[in-house]
Ligand binder design. Structure first.
Ligand SMILES: CC(C)(COP(=O)(O)OP(=O)(O)OC[C@H]1O[C@@H](n2cnc3c(N)ncnc32)[C@H](O)[C@@H]1OP(=O)(O)O)[C@@H](O)C(=O)NCCC(=O)NCCS
Length: 407
């Protein structure tokens, strides 16, 4: 088989390359779809596999920033990965993943991150599970925000023009300080988060934008759609499909949730992008009615280990020494690294506090898993007495990392 991996050259190739994943959504991208998509994903970040000149697979990487505990850092947002079923299990994914990671490294992005269609695919390429996502399938009528908790903001439904001005202000405040968040350009807001093309509604109604304000400033929002099922009045069930909920502080978060749970004549509320330490279970008096489940969230791949550690920073004074025992692609990531307060990183001959492979480091980087958890799960080992506790003290985070959007 004469197969070649290279970046796409024009819009037609771009459309065919994203069409490989499109196959699995029953979606054949039109030239307009390809054009819209390519505004976010440049041609030079979109790989295609050609078999005798025909595109049979694709994989892209958005140029983004990912927030680590010390702040945002450049990150390749891996996306639209697909191999047509006619070409599966012949190593095409492997070729694309390796070529993409080489490119990420050349560009100086210390990290790559993705959402996995299946949890079994990406560990072999060095991606570690870095965040968990809390899913809610709530029986809305049984739920309310505890009435003794005060309502502090006012809420309005707003149009698209106002949303494009107000929502990024809320998002940016949260993004800068919340590990797991990704940067969003104006195009991203317009096409992705606030984009409301009928084909993306999947049986639901139009996107509703609800804004919470305090003292005239935006402090929180919800994006949602209402879906109705059932043929007759007696059979109707209504679901609030929440796309995103965000508040700059606890009061704003509470105000948004109170609004969502009070939407009359709806039965169920669903969302699948919440942090695992969200306050919601404590804000209601019937936690079991929330229908909580936990899924895998963002997968993170340290591409340049010293740069990733430096960008990650420490939670206090002192130093932590980590031995990276294996990396499936970049041998120079392997070795012992000491990270000091202020983000200084150097190769070290010290005895490591912890040992783990690059995938394990990906799981630790955002603070989604402690080294103690990783050790309990067989994904890290203590290197020196008390090392795991020392490393955990310096990697401590105040809140669980989370990523509010699948990309
Ligand atoms: C998942 C997918 C991209 C794999 O592509 P592929 O070209 O068949 O994969 P490769 O032949 O390169 O396989 C590389 C390795 O991954 C493994 N692998 C591939 N798909 C896997 C899966 N779904 N689950 C577990 N392992 C998988 C292969 O067994 C192989 O393992 P090895 O390195 O131990 O030999 C392809 O099946 C696909 O397009 N699936 C549907 C869309 C999808 O899920 N895309 C991913 C979006 S995040």
């Amino acid at each position: 088989m004469a197969v070649r991996v290279r970046t796409v050259r024009d819009l037609e190739e771009f459309g065919a390359a994203i069409g490989a994943i499109g196959h699995y959504f029953g979606w054949q991208p039109t030239p307009e779809d390809a054009e819209r998509f390519s505004a976010l994903l440049p041609f030079e970040r979109m790989l295609a596999v050609l078999d005798n000149g025909r595109i049979v697979a694709g994989a892209g990487a958005y140029p983004l920033e990912l927030t680590l505990p010390a702040g945002p850092v450049p990150c390749a947002g891996v996306t639209v990965v697909g191999v047509l079923p006619s070409h599966r299990r012949r190593g095409l994914l492997r070729r694309m993943m390796e070529s993409q990671l080489d490119d990420v490294r050349e560009r100086g992005e210390p990290l790559a991150a993705l959402w996995a269609s299946e949890e079994t695919i990406y560990g072999r390429f060095g991606y570690g599970l870095a965040t968990l996502a809390l899913h809610v399938e709530a029986k809305r009528k049984q739920l309310r925000i505890r009435p003794e908790l005060p309502r502090e903001g006012t809420l309005r439904l707003i149009d698209q023009d106002e949303a494009i001005r107000a929502l990024p202000r809320v998002y940016e405040r949260v993004r800068k300080r919340t590990p797991g968040f990704l940067s969003r350009s104006r195009d991203w807001w317009e096409t992705r988060r606030l984009g409301d093309r009928p084909e993306n509604r999947r049986g639901a109604g139009p996107l509703v934008r609800a804004l919470v304000e305090r003292d005239g400033s935006p402090v929180g929002y919800a994006l949602y759609r209402i879906a109705q099922e059932g043929a007759t009045f007696a059979e109707w069930t209504k679901t609030v499909r929440v796309v995103e909920v965000l508040g700059v502080d606890d009061a704003a978060h509470r105000d948004v949730w109170r609004f969502l749970l009070e939407i009359d004549w709806t039965d169920t509320l669903r969302t699948d992008q919440m942090p695992v330490d969200d306050a919601l279970p404590l804000l209601v008096d019937r936690v079991n009615e929330l229908g909580l489940r936990i899924y895998d969230g963002l997968w993170v791949r340290p591409v340049d280990v010293p740069a990733a550690l430096a960008a990650r920073g420490t939670a206090g004074d002192g130093r932590v020494t980590v031995e990276v025992t294996a990396d499936p692609q970049f041998p120079d990531n392997v070795g012992t690294w000491t990270l000091e307060a202020g983000g200084r990183v150097r190769r070290s001959s010290r005895r490591p506090d912890v040992r783990l492979d690059v995938q394990g480091l990906g799981s630790a980087l955002l603070g989604g898993f402690t080294f103690a958890q990783l050790a309990r799960g067989g994904r890290a080992e203590e290197g020196a007495r008390g090392g795991v506790a020392r490393a955990d003290a310096l990697f401590r985070v105040d809140r669980a990392p989370w990523c509010p959007e699948i990309f």
